[in-house]
Design a protein around this ligand. Structure first.
Ligand code: SF4
Length: 301
């Protein structure tokens, strides 16, 4: 398959689902999230983006780790995989490398992504894999009953930091900008339209895209409440002119900007692997019927 044919196939994958409704791509499993949890709106925004872009369910894959929001793949009728804690990105990376024709989304919480999976987060960005990472960032570990996470504010009191957090929180947008992510955005779960637009833009972008979504955890985070966010969240007036401006605009202070901070088109990792370059074909379509792996196995006997 030529590069052009592969691109055309990908374009077709993005056009043949028009006309579907949210109900058409929702599974029958009932979400177990607390009533009012922002994970509901994030799942709805992903579904709206899938429909708006016309992605086919069978050409779309969502991976997750462990956490409240990591149950999301159960509720959307695409391919999905719930992996280990912190491992949504490696699973997504492997799927994209083996089959670049798929639309690949990774979803995970702030503890999952920026703490336990922090290593994967950093290195996938410098590779520029064409995957979309959506982070449900509520500044706490919710599923495990309310421990401090890497994005918890200094002084934050939780079960794991009864005297308050001492260290400076991770700023995911600034980290992503420095580590080479090519689409970097911050959304707020109560601004549905903006969140949906940013997620759709991230999926369309060819390269590593991050949408860090701030949401309150109604049950365990009594500090970063909806009222707290509503007093601070504002939209970026325009795309910052360069990375330095983007880093400044991503500061978390009296005000917190949402929107697209940075976008750049660069070659993607999966289309530059020898296995793809030598064949111009996804590895999943390679003919392996006449490959003999016994010499390899014999080496380990
Ligand atoms: Fe949402 Fe928090 Fe409940 Fe988890 S514990 S479902 S993050 S409100």
């Amino acid at each position: 398959m030529s590069n052009e044919t592969s691109q055309n196939n990908n374009q077709n994958n993005m056009n043949e689902n028009k006309g579907k409704t949210i109900a058409d791509i929702t599974t029958t499993e009932a979400p177990t999230w607390c009533p009012g949890c922002g994970d509901f709106s994030i799942a709805a925004a992903i579904k709206k983006a899938i429909i708006e872009l016309g992605l086919k369910e069978e050409d779309t894959f969502i991976s997750s780790g462990i956490g409240c929001g990591s149950k999301t793949p159960r509720y959307i009728k695409t391919y999905g995989f719930e992996g280990l804690h912190g491992r949504s990105i490696p699973v997504a990376s492997a799927v994209k490398i083996v089959n670049p024709d798929l639309n690949v989304i990774a979803i995970a919480g702030d503890g999952d992504t920026y703490g336990i999976g922090g290593n994967h987060f950093i290195h996938s960005m410098r590779r520029n894999l064409d995957i979309t990472l959506i982070v449900q960032n509520n500044a706490i570990y919710g599923l495990t009953k309310g421990q401090t996470s890497p994005t918890s504010q200094q002084g934050f009191v939780s079960n794991s930091t009864p005297s308050g957090v001492l260290e400076v929180p991770v700023n995911p947008i600034q980290l992503a900008l420095i580590m080479g992510a090519t689409y970097v955005a911050r959304a707020y779960s109560y601004d549905m339209q903006n969140m949906t637009d940013l997620i759709a833009g991230a999926i369309k972008h060819k390269g590593f895209s991050l949408v860090d979504v701030m949401l309150p955890c109604l049950t365990f985070n009594k500090f970063n409440t909806k009222e707290w966010y509503d007093q601070r969240v504002q939209k970026l007036p325009s795309l910052p002119s360069d990375k330095f401006e983007a880093i400044k605009a991503a500061e978390i202070g009296e005000k917190i900007n949402t929107g697209l901070f940075y976008k750049q088109d660069l070659p993607t990792y999966e289309k530059n692997t020898p296995a793809y370059l030598n064949t111009q074909m996804p590895q999943v379509k390679h003919n392996i019927s006449n490959i003999d792996i016994s010499p390899l196995l014999n080496r380990f006997r």
